[in-house]
Design a protein around this ligand. Structure first.
Ligand code: ATP
Ligand code: ZN
Length: 298
């Protein structure tokens, strides 16, 4: 599939596995699905906010990401040295030699998921309103997982809704979106299955965390075949329980620790699923799908 996608200029290779430019036809389909999500979630009254694809390092540390997923995190380093060191840096870079020891950590890392900036922001706003909050975010996310699978990118967009409220409200929301997400995908001809899932926790302790997450049904995915014969998750629903509420100190109107959940469409994966399912020429997609995505305008 990757070869065909590249041949048709849908994905533009950069030489690094999992890092691509997006051609116009690919981007048009992706943005059309993103707009469909906007239309479908209007009635949820979500607060729409957008954060840049970088995250304060402190927030990544507070969330525990570096203990659970040290292998996926990307941190931003920069140069703060002397003039002599700058000459050395430039010279090493010119011959593609290692210059990493000449840089130091900045205050930011790359965002691993679109929802991460929401929790510290919600905590800073003080106690939640009585009904909690629903927040709509979308951002490029980074994960260090180089792969030749076009559906496993290092840099990709997540369109997420985040629910922050009392536990019973969040569990109901979590459950309802398993179905609603499936209906949205089904409406553009993407027929998915629901599968229990776990986050890719690191190491031996991680295996236990993953098993626990799976057993409790905290993470569910909507999967479909894109490339190869193993289905790929194009949407994930995560119930974090009190994890972010405790880490960042988010309180409900009653003063309890807030629970949180999020669901996210992997926008590149949805676009890939559309091309894999309906064909690589989007002008020949079924009229009902083109209409639903408003690809002919309107
Ligand atoms: P996977 O199990 O495939 O590694 P994940 O469990 O790490 O995915 P989440 O953290 O739940 O995924 O991310 C939310 C959504 O973002 C996923 O449902 C998927 O559609 C998308 N996504 C995750 N990782 C990637 C990736 N490497 N490339 C493209 N999209 C991705
Ligand atoms: Zn999330």
């Amino acid at each position: 599939l990757l070869e065909e996608l590249v041949e048709r200029d849908l994905l533009l290779p950069t030489g690094v596995p999992g890092v691509y430019g997006r051609g116009a036809e690919f981007e048009t389909a992706l943005l059309a699905f993103d707009a469909l999500v906007t239309r479908e979630t209007q009635r949820d009254g979500a607060e729409v906010v957008r954060f840049p694809p970088v995250l304060p390092r402190r927030h990544l540390e507070t969330s525990g990401y570096l203990s659970s997923f040290p292998h996926l995190a990307g941190s931003i380093f920069s140069f703060t040295g002397s003039e002599g060191e700058a000459v050395e840096l430039g010279a090493r870079a010119a011959r593609h030699a290692d210059w990493s020891d000449l840089q130091t950590a900045t205050a930011v890392t790359l965002a691993p998921a679109a929802c991460y900036p929401v929790y510290p922001w919600a905590a800073a706003a003080g106690q939640l309103p009585a009904t909690g909050r629903v927040v709509d975010v979308c951002a490029y996310c980074f994960r260090h997982e180089p792969s030749e699978d076009p559906a496993r990118m290092q840099s990709f967009r997540m369109r997420e809704l985040v629910r922050i409220a009392a536990p019973d409200v969040v569990t109901d929301w979590h459950r309802s979106w398993v179905e609603r997400g499936g209906e949205i995908l089904g409406s553009v001809g993407l027929h998915t299955d629901v599968a229990p899932a776990n986050d890719p926790f690191f190491g031996r302790t991680g295996k236990m965390l993953a098993a626990n997450q799976r057993d409790q049904g905290l993470k569910l995915e909507r999967v479909i075949t894109i490339a190869g014969d193993r289905p790929t998750a194009i949407m994930s629903i995560n119930y974090h329980q009190d994890h972010f509420g405790l880490d960042f100190g988010i309180r409900t109107a009653d003063g309890e620790v807030a629970h949180t959940a999020c669901f996210g469409f992997g926008l590149e994966r949805v676009a890939l699923a559309l091309f894999a399912t309906h064909g690589l020429d989007s002008s020949a997609w079924p009229p009902s799908v083109r209409e639903r995505l408003r690809l002919d305008g309107g």
